[in-house]
Design a protein around this ligand. Structure first.
Ligand SMILES: Cc1ncc(COP(=O)(O)O)c(C=O)c1O
Length: 401
């Protein structure tokens, strides 16, 4: 692998993201297998990774897109995904966007609140446009074990309609002439405990029977093994999926599970600084490209092309002016030699899609490694001054008017 990585690094410069097709394929197969006994309509949650080339890979496997914004919608279209295979999620939706996406013919939308339901009623009354299929996102009040910032299914969270408000929503829908197609649920992200999904899937299947819906959107949330190696029990998942969902059409929006382990963030070790307790390996990457360790205290695993045996722990850091600019927290592992390449694993999901221009560094390149060993640049690195592009439009406004 070292010669290949060096070869790519010479062509695109470090840092960069590298995705490998074989892992994407294997994860798609895992998911399809869990749902093989039910009527299954999968979409990929574009928020996890919006590269159009990768979206086209999912499209080739019959997987649609779950998008949040016009940007993610356009990325999905650029990946060749037809609007008839797109679901729109969003915490607050503008009427302008509602009209736009309806005109584009998207397939489904998940309604997040009573206020939003009323807006759809308003749109129907005022515009003669076919609406997408409407799903009601419910908040099931289920606690899950994951980072607090990515739990979404409890009372204190801003997402979805409380179970007590379902009847009110159905009454409003009837009053404004809307037909709902089913319920949607998404209890959080990076969940590796299958019991939480069993609870959520049972709740939504029971409610769907009660209200006579045949469509269910189960969201995403499947966790992957980071440094802790915890993973979902797919056998168990398959068993309750089969028993709970055999009479339903199941939609899903899976992000991390499909792309997380298929991506590496590749950086170069620039300087090893020794403290009494550990070696700080400073790289040319940073939290501007891989935010998860700083934002969620995520612990990714890593490997390097030239590891030096050592007994101390090593911390992989970025080059930004932030103490929290950590790529891998202290780990007892061989230390990357200065000048070597380091692969930060599990970086395919919420890596590039959360990257930013902090400290004025450009966004990095993305590279795809196909199963036959060919590699393709699927996004070029930005120029050093790209973040200035929209500044100084030259327009001046007079505040007295
Ligand atoms: C509504 C919704 N669906 C799907 C996803 C994808 O989640 P994951 O990447 O954990 O599968 C998210 C992520 O936050 C989400 O908010």
């Amino acid at each position: 692998m070292k010669p290949l990585l060096e070869h790519i690094a010479n062509a695109v410069n470090t840092p960069f993201f590298l995705y490998h097709e074989s892992m994407i394929k294997s994860r798609i197969e895992d998911v399809l297998n869990v749902f093989s006994t039910v009527d299954f309509q999968p979409t990929f949650a574009v928020k996890a990774n919006a590269n159009p080339f990768l979206l086209s890979v999912f499209h080739a496997y019959g997987i649609g897109a779950d998008f949040i914004s016009r940007g993610e919608f356009e990325a999905s279209r650029a990946g060749g995904i037809p609007t008839s295979k797109m679901t729109w999620n969003g915490n607050v939706k503008s009427e302008d966007d509602m009209l736009f996406f309806s005109k584009q013919g998207i397939q489904n939308v998940n309604i997040d609140s009573i206020g939003e339901l009323q807006k759809w009623g308003h749109l129907k009354k005022n515009h003669n446009v076919p609406l997408p299929s409407l799903f009601l996102r419910i908040n099931p009040s289920i606690e899950v074990s994951t980072h607090p910032y990515i739990k979404t299914g409890m009372k204190q969270h801003k997402f979805g309609i409380s179970l007590h408000d379902i009847d009110t929503c159905l009454r409003i829908a009837q009053e404004v002439g809307l037909t709902l197609q089913g319920f949607h649920i998404h209890i959080g992200s990076q969940i590796t405990d299958s019991d939480s999904f069993e609870k959520a899937y049972s709740t939504i299947s029971k409610l769907s029977r009660q209200y006579g819906f045949t469509n269910i959107n189960i969201g995403g949330g499947w966790g992957i093994p980071y440094f802790d190696k915890k993973q979902l029990d797919l056998q168990q998942m398959k068993s309750f999926v089969t028993s709970l969902f055999s009479h339903f059409r199941i939609w899903c929006e899976m992000g991390r599970y499909l792309i997380g382990e298929a991506g590496w963030y590749i950086v170069r070790a620039c300087e090893n600084r020794e403290s009494e307790v550990e070696t700080m390996c400073i790289t040319d990457g940073g939290m501007n490209h891989l935010l998860r360790p700083s934002l969620y205290k995520a612990h990714h695993s890593f490997s390097s092309t030239d590891p030096i045996p050592q007994k101390k722990s090593v911390r992989i850091m970025g080059r930004l002016c932030e103490t929290g600019d950590i790529l891998v927290p202290s780990t007892v592992q061989n230390c990357p030699k200065e000048g070597s390449l380091i692969a930060i694993h599990q970086s395919g999901a919420y890596g590039f899609s959360m990257a930013n221009h902090y400290n004025g560094f450009p966004l990095p390149a993305e590279v795809f490694l196909s199963q036959n060993g060919e590699w393709t640049i699927i996004r070029k690195a930005e120029s050093n001054t790209c973040f200035l592009d929209q500044c100084d439009s030259g327009e001046r406004y007079d505040i007295t008017h």
